[in-house]
Design a protein around this ligand. Sequence first.
Ligand code: 7PJ
Length: 275
Amino acid sequence: MGIVNVTPDSFSDGGAFFDLHMALVQARRLIDEGADIVDVGGESTRPGAPEVCVDEELRRVLPLIEALHDCGVPICVDTSKPAVMRAALAAGACIVNDVLALRQPGAVELVAQSDCGVVLMHMQGTPRTMQQSPRYDDVLGEVGSFLRERRSTLCARGVATARIVLDPGFGFGKTAAHNWTLLARLAELDLAGAPILAGVSRKSMLGQATGRPVTERLAASVTAAVIAVQHGARIVRVHDVAATRDALAVLGAVSDAMAEAADRTPPNRKTEGTG
Ligand code: 7PJ
């Protein structure tokens, strides 16, 4: 999933694409680089970012979604506002990506009445407050139970499970240590078989590990995306599609060779040493 932010304040691209033309160029570039989905967002969720009203958010994302409606890949709208979801779906988006996991009034109903895909993300607190003092007794357990509960709520309203993707929400109400635990133990997140989306690209946890500013986190982002996929993520939300694709192609080739080697191993050798 390639990211296109149409915001003047999104923390990683500093508003470079706050202009329809530039956003369109960026989206087409991500598609050329092999993005399977383009995620269009008009409201920055960076800690402490100012809220954006519905009209302003629509003004940012709708022209881009309209321009991309026949680009050949599914368009996802990154929003928490039901009014923006409705307009974006009407304009050609087919996936809703909500960092609030459809907790705004009317959001669940709107998604239930459409046939769109939906990404439900975990966040502790709100974008304004989430990084003040994130606390968990058991981050894996708490994130997992929140996501299972949101998925059940949608299923109860008639949304098929096949439409739902779950996301632990790296950086949203989590310390670096919480984020590393989630990435290290992503495979242990018990989400009843739901596909997992991971968004780690350029995030501050990578700055914490490498000491690098947001503009210099390419290698760290690609590495984190590869680890997320190794640990079970089915979708990675990234700024750098080409580099991520190459890295995932290498991971895929190694995984194929490992599977082939396992197939060739006689059954008695396969169980050796497992007690
Ligand atoms: C995420 C997101 C994420 C999902 C943002 C950024 C901050 N949506 N929107 N997951 N992050 N589903 O890109 O750094 O992690 S905005």
